[in-house]
Write a protein that binds this ligand. Structure first.
Ligand code: FAD
Length: 461
């Protein structure tokens, strides 16, 4: 970084949180994000403690024309949070949440994880619409769209925002809401980190839990065709309170799985029924009695437990590579493709996942927010995950081959937050749709004409 020691000292004096350079003992730990494939070395890491720190850091980065990356929960597969040589603005110390029980809203600071928000809202039996893994950051998830077990009822996470506090590229603190800076509000609800740094999100909350009916049913891979065919018809009939996720993978040595399936290929259906428990028992009965399950852990459980049930499958520090597309239905060909490629999985950590989506988000207009593909029914995510750099090629090839085979049966649409490091313009358009992307590009000229926020999936051509 090309600034004198005096200038750097004076910058540090204006920041309350730690400012870390490559010589600091904690540098490697702080720059490391979830995906170990990403190994970038920022020149400076600014660990912000509040809006004032963010504002000060943004002004400094802009003044000295630093490359700037923003870290929320550090879970972006493409590693957008960390840059080489520039400034990494780290929000992960900003994790406060306050709940307005009467107004049914929560305000959460920009560096919160999903777990931070669920923990506080569930004290009151309320929940925001968030994703499936509790360590994920709300910052990237919400600004990219966001979906989870409540999306069939209430839409994308970004559809459920009331307002945001944002630090703009000029270093101005702004409120973005339907009645204030509405264009910025639109752009930030799916347009990723291209438009500003959100220091706090205000979410709508809904009565959920504190106990729900949920868990998973597991079968051996021999039953995968039958289970996926059932999954296709079952998901077409279940109410919006019920959301399923089908997973093909090799069984981990989880204590809740019988020892004789550990290391063997399996298919699992994770499910959360966030409506009445008795009603849920009836709805889920056909899933639980299908074929010959080897495990069934569907039970009445805390919603926060459901929200972290998949956590152990996605630990920080492994190597990850994803390929993802949306599906309008689960056709027989996609079932055959998934089964064929699941049998070729080279790593015990990888999976082929079908997230169910259809419901409320499809009832909003295509331009309600930039997060596109509202007519989608399922998200197919091919998640390759392994431990050693020497195994990169084989694991990436598996995901690419599976994706290529599945592509003809997809809508061609995709999710901006699942795009990997290599995926650029064409895939970004597939995530937003052309009209939304063009509108985002125009708004980028208005809110960030100097392209300060460029360590992103860019909305520019
Ligand atoms: C294990 C795992 C599970 C996931 N599950 C889901 C899921 O269930 N549903 C779903 O929708 N997605 C899911 N995702 C995808 C997830 O939404 C993205 O990875 C998202 O980028 C994570 O946000 P983050 O803050 O952790 O990311 P980071 O890597 O910290 O940030 C990514 C980028 O987001 C932007 N950003 C982050 N915080 C802010 C902020 N406060 N203001 C402005 N911009 C910001 C910045 O451009 C930043 O570079 C999952 C990802 C992983 C790794």
């Amino acid at each position: 970084m090309q600034v004198s020691t005096e200038i750097l000292q004076s910058f540090k004096a204006g920041i309350r949180g730690p400012v870390i350079g490559p010589d600091a003992p904690e540098y490697d730990e702080v720059r490391q994000i979830w995906n170990a494939m990403i190994d970038r070395r920022p020149g400076l890491i600014v660990r912000c403690t509040g809006t004032a720190d963010v504002q000060h850091a943004v002004r400094f980065a802009r003044k000295h024309a630093f490359l700037l990356s923003v870290r929320g929960g550090g879970h972006n597969i493409a590693g957008l949070a960390v840059c080489d040589g520039g400034m990494m603005l780290d929000l992960s110390l900003m994790r406060g949440v306050s709940v307005d029980v009467k107004g049914r809203t929560a305000r959460a600071q920009g560096g919160c994880t999903l777990g931070d928000v669920d923990r506080e809202t569930q004290v009151h039996g309320l929940a925001a619409v968030l994703g499936f893994v509790s360590a994920t950051g709300i910052g990237g998830l919400t600004t990219g769209g966001g979906f989870g077990y409540l999306s069939r009822r209430y839409g994308y996470t970004c559809d459920n925002l009331v307002s945001m506090e944002v630090v703009s590229a000029e270093g101005k603190v702004m409120r973005a809401a339907a009645d204030e800076n509405p264009e910025l509000f639109w752009a930030l609800r799916g347009g990723g980190g291209n438009f500003g740094i959100v220091t706090s999100f205000e979410y709508k909350l809904y009565p959920v839990g504190p106990e729900i009916l949920g868990g998973a049913v597991v079968w051996r891979a021999e039953d995968a065709a039958q289970v996926l065919d059932f999954y296709r018809s079952f998901t077409a009939t279940t109410p919006r309170e019920t959301t399923c996720v089908a997973v093909l993978r090799i069984a981990p040595p989880a204590p809740w799985l019988p020892a004789d399936v550990h290391g063997k290929p399996i298919i699992a259906v994770f499910v959360c029924h966030s409506g009445g428990i008795d009603e849920g028992e009836k709805i889920l009965a056909p899933l639980r009695t299908l074929g010959r399950p080897v495990a069934d852990i569907i039970t009445r459980r805390p919603y926060t437990q459901m929200q972290s049930l998949l956590d152990a499958t996605q630990p920080k520090g492994r190597r990850y590579y994803w390929k993802s597309n949306y599906l309008s239905r689960i056709e027989p060909q996609i079932i055959a493709t998934a089964i064929e490629h699941a049998a070729l999985i080279p790593s015990p950590h990888s999976a082929i996942i079908f997230f169910q989506l259809q419901g409320a988000l499809g009832e909003l207009s295509a331009d309600y927010s930039p997060a596109g593909n509202r007519d989608t029914a399922f998200v197919l995510n091919i998640t390759s995950s392994w431990e050693r750099a020497a195994d990169d090629a084989v694991n990436q090839r598996w995901a690419r081959d599976c994706f290529a085979a599945a592509a003809p049966h997809s809508t061609g649409g995709t999710y901006i937050n699942f795009l990997n490091e290599e995926e650029g313009r064409e895939r970004i358009e597939a995530a937003y749709g052309r009209a939304n992307l063009e509108r985002l590009a125009k708004l980028k000229q208005k809110y960030d004409p100097g392209n300060l926020f460029r360590h992103t999936k860019s909305v520019l051509g």
